[in-house]
Design a protein around this ligand. Structure first.
Ligand code: DPP
Ligand code: ZN
Length: 864
């Protein structure tokens, strides 16, 4: 497959101002007649050849200006039509089989309904079209089909007509007045229930809202609807963005590759991010629904009104929209907790991506398959880069920059460079050097040294970015660091300031009048970098217990534990870390956290989470996953015993809080399961009893899925007679709800049970398991990959199972198959024995005949 380069971008030779699509719908046969009004693009090189992308299509008929034309040619999957004049109407008929579409790209069947997914390049599987985001058209869509099978017929924009046809058919016609690229086209036809509501915009326009689901999911859409209305209001208040159609519809689909899709006026969602009720969704699920609903809604401006010129600019809409959804969620719940969660995701997913063979800049320079670039780098690091601009400008000037961007580029297909320029002009920032964040891959490492000088301290800050594939030399990037200087002896907390580190090395002097200065740095995680600081354990203990920045507190806690665990993994003498090799200090800080009345349980729950195994492995040039797991479990067990009374008391206190959805109840549920996690490591017998009791209580009327899943997750890791009984009970209780059965697969795949690998092998044979449903495939195998100890089983069985999964899934659904390759691609950072086994599996995949472009690209980059 060819490599596509960013620098090769050229505008398309033809404009397609208007498109008319006429669908005759059937599950196994759908006929599509497309009328494209085309005109030469004055801004592009002139060409008589109109290249229309296709993927697996045959043209049944081609008309030009209504007359049959036979001189078209196919070039690979594309259709080339040579046109004599400057403007024509080209009409093409294609026929597709949605039921056979297992890739879930284009038009496909899911549980008796028809739906579409077109981003990035799915539209070319429906009809021949210039399937690129810089060709903007208005769409008029007519659908005809049997009323009994498809009582609901939806597309983008406004409903302009509907009626009955012959033989039990009916039709509907939709018109979307906003020009859009083909990736935002959507169609849904099926037997669906709807929850309706309405929203009045800031200028008094009424918008009809609808959430469409299958009959069995009725009654679980209220949270999504409330989240939608909150998102619409927030975007008006915080970004000044108003909705621009009379209808906003959401449809939930259970077979879906992504989380959701922002099609204009007709968002299509994975059921996982729509459906929620207390008996089947956890608190985490509720938050995820709210966040994804917001994300897709916010795309209406950052993505749809202003789209991307080409797919290299993906972060233009995704990075910005992730930042927007993060700020929204911060405003809806606990801002510090949300910030810590976002940083945890960045560091456990994006940092490893950026230090491995798949590392790429937030604006990539090349790709073979764009689906492989919907990554944590483009999304989450992209959001961090824009967040830094916001930090440098402050919220008001940032808003002015956003306003200018929306005003300047409304209706256009724009670039990251356009966004940066709007920020320079609108927010008054000088971003000349900052642009390197867009072009340079890799996570900057910042070293901070503190020395006492007369009247204060001198900071020496230096930065380096490790080489990444294809980028050997790196330049310094501007790094905004929020910092404060506290005093450990007096407990005085210093004022926060913002320091810009712009060079490779920089020295600054800060005034301080105490004897024990302690530097709190990268507060709020103001920059997506790794901080290397040599802080004494006493300083970390002070920061973990006292810092006024919640993130800095969390970070000190993490550093304290990371320091202890890494030295245990390296087999170093523990004295460096003081009494008990640092364990005593960790115990004391945890005890402070457990007793601290100044924080709520949601925050307490964050401070109790030990650094994950992937994050720990990331701290070492070459990691031994087995040793990391053993050291981490040993610490957890020691803490579980040392603080048994405290954890027990916490579990009791939290169990007495009600089942509501306020912050107090959610916090209580969070710490309740956290307490179980420590107790399970320290006193398994006691933990099994408590986990069983928590599970059983959650099955009483009004009980929550959060408690049920938390109890069962802990129980699944233990050897207890209750384990099998409760797993069976959970299955029986929820067997009709696929999203909950996904949880049942996941929690066994994630469990700390020593036979987890064998459990997963058996579950892959379970009658409810299938690779055809992406949620189900991920529920078992992605959860398993996240279970580092099981995935990295020393004999390589875990690696083989994942390679088998890739090979079985690739012919069905390449996009989802390719997502399982990166975990194996980490081999260079794993000890040599396992590394060889991981490589062996990558080579086995690479040797398979007829690999998809998706999997081929990921495997070849991983073998590098
Ligand atoms: N639907 C995916 C998202 O919203 C891709 N645009 O991120
Ligand atoms: Zn998005």
């Amino acid at each position: 497959p060819p490599m596509i380069l960013r620098e090769d971008y050229r505008p398309f030779g033809w404009l397609v101002p208007n498109v008319r699509l006429d669908f005759t719908l059937g599950l196994a046969e759908t006929t599509v007649r497309a009328d494209l009004q085309v005109a030469r693009n004055p801004a592009a090189d002139s060409t008589p050849v109109l290249r229309l992308n296709g993927d697996g299509l045959n043209p049944l008929e081609v008309l030009v200006d209504g007359a049959v034309m036979n001189s078209w040619v196919m070039e690979g999957p594309d259709l080339l039509v040579t046109l004599p004049d400057d403007a024509h109407t080209v009409t093409i008929t294609t026929r597709i089989d949605p039921a056979a579409n297992s890739q879930l790209m284009g038009l496909y069947a899911s549980g008796g309904m028809l739906c579409t997914q077109c981003e990035a390049e799915g539209f070319r599987r429906i009809t021949f079209f210039p399937d690129r985001p810089d060709v903007l058209s208005t769409y008029r869509v007519r659908m005809t089909g049997p009323r009994a099978d498809f009582p609901v017929l939806l597309s983008n924009g406004d409903l302009v007509g509907s009626g009955d046809g012959a033989d039990g058919t009916h039709w509907a016609e939709w018109h979307d007045p906003w020009p859009k690229p083909s990736y935002l086209f959507a169609l849904v036809a099926g037997d669906l229930m709807v929850q309706r509501d309405s929203f009045t915009t800031m200028n008094g326009r009424e918008v009809d809202l609808g959430i469409y689901v299958r009959a069995e999911d009725e009654g679980r859409t209220d949270h999504a609807m409330q989240s939608l209305k909150r998102s619409m209001k927030w975007d008006e208040e915080v970004f000044g963005r108003e909705y621009d159609l009379g209808i906003f519809n959401i449809v939930a689909v259970s077979d879906f590759n992504m989380g959701a899709m922002e099609n204009k006026g007709l968002n299509v969602f994975n059921t996982k991010y729509v459906l929620a009720d207390p008996d089947t969704a956890t608190d985490g699920d509720y938050d995820a629904v709210e966040g994804v609903i917001a994300h897709e809604y916010f795309h209406n401006w950052s993505g749809n009104r202003i789209t991307c010129r080409d797919w290299f600019q993906l972060s233009l809409k995704e990075g910005f929209t992730v930042l927007r959804d993060q700020l929204f969620s911060q405003d809806m719940g606990s801002a510090p907790v949300k910030r810590i969660e976002d940083v945890r995701v960045l560091r456990s997913v994006q940092f490893p991506e950026d230090s491995g063979p798949l590392s790429h800049p937030i604006r990539p320079d090349s790709f073979r398959e764009i689906s492989n670039f919907y990554t944590a780098t483009v999304y989450n690091k992209g959001a961090e880069v824009i967040r830094m601009m916001r930090t440098m400008a402050g919220p008001e000037r940032f808003r002015a920059g956003c306003d200018l961007y929306f005003q300047r580029h409304d209706g256009e297909a724009a670039t990251c460079e356009d966004f940066v320029r709007a920020m320079e002009d609108g927010a008054g920032l000088d971003l000349r050097q900052f642009r390197r964040w867009y072009s340079q891959a890799g996570t900057p490492q910042v070293r901070v040294a503190v020395a006492s000088v007369e009247g204060g301290v001198e900071l020496t800050l230096s930065q380096t970015t490790p080489a990444t594939p294809g980028q050997e030399g790196k330049q310094a990037v501007p790094i905004p660091l929020k910092l404060a200087l506290h005093d450990r002896a007096t407990g005085t907390l210093g004022e926060e300031t913002l320091l810009m580190l712009t060079g490779a090395e920089q020295r600054v002097t800060l005034p301080h009048d105490g004897d024990a200065p302690v530097l709190s740095v990268n507060r709020g995680f103001s920059a997506p970098v790794v901080i290397r600081r040599d802080l004494a354990p006493d300083d970390l203990v002070f920061l973990a217990a006292r810092d006024d920045d919640p993130f800095a507190r969390y970070e000190a806690m993490q550093d304290l534990v990371v320091g202890h665990l890494l030295s245990a993994v390296r087999g170093e003498a523990p004295e460096k870390w003081g009494a008990e090799g640092g364990r005593a200090a960790i115990r004391d800080v945890l005890a402070t956290v457990l007793a601290d009345d100044g924080i709520d349980d949601l925050m307490r729950g964050e401070l109790l989470i030990l650094p994950g195994e992937t994050y720990l492995a990331e701290q070492l040039p070459v990691a031994d996953p087995g040793r990391i797991h053993t050291a981490r479990e040993a610490l957890k067990g020691w803490l579980g015993q040392a603080l048994e009374g405290e954890f027990l008391a916490l579990h009791h206190r939290a169990s007495r809080v009600g089942n509501g959805f306020d912050a107090e109840a959610k916090g209580a549920r969070k710490v309740k399961t956290q307490a179980l996690v420590f107790l399970a490591a320290g006193n398994p017998g006691l933990a099994a009893e408590l986990a069983t009791a928590q599970y059983d209580a959650s099955c009483e009327p009004g009980g929550t899925m959060t408690d049920r899943q938390g109890g069962l997750l802990v129980l699944a890791g233990l050897d207890s007679p209750a384990r099998t009984a409760r797993l069976l009970d959970f299955y029986n209780r929820h067997q009709d709800n696929p999203l909950v059965i996904d949880k049942w697969f996941s929690l066994q795949a994630q469990s700390l049970h020593r036979n987890a690998l064998a459990h997963v092998q058996a579950l892959a044979q379970h009658p409810d398991f299938t690779l055809r449903n992406p949620n189900r495939a991920r529920s078992l195998f992605m959860a398993f990959v996240g279970n580092a100890n099981a995935f990295h089983a020393p004999g390589g069985e875990g690696y083989r199972m994942i390679a088998d999964t890739v090979l079985a899934l690739d012919p069905l659904n390449p996009q989802t198959a390719a997502r399982f390759v990166p975990p194996l691609g980490r081999w260079r950072r794993i000890e040599p024995g396992r590394a060889a086994l991981m490589r062996e599996q990558l080579e086995r995949i690479a040797a398979a005949p007829r690999l998809s472009r998706d999997t081929f690209e990921q495997v070849s980059r991983s073998l590098g």
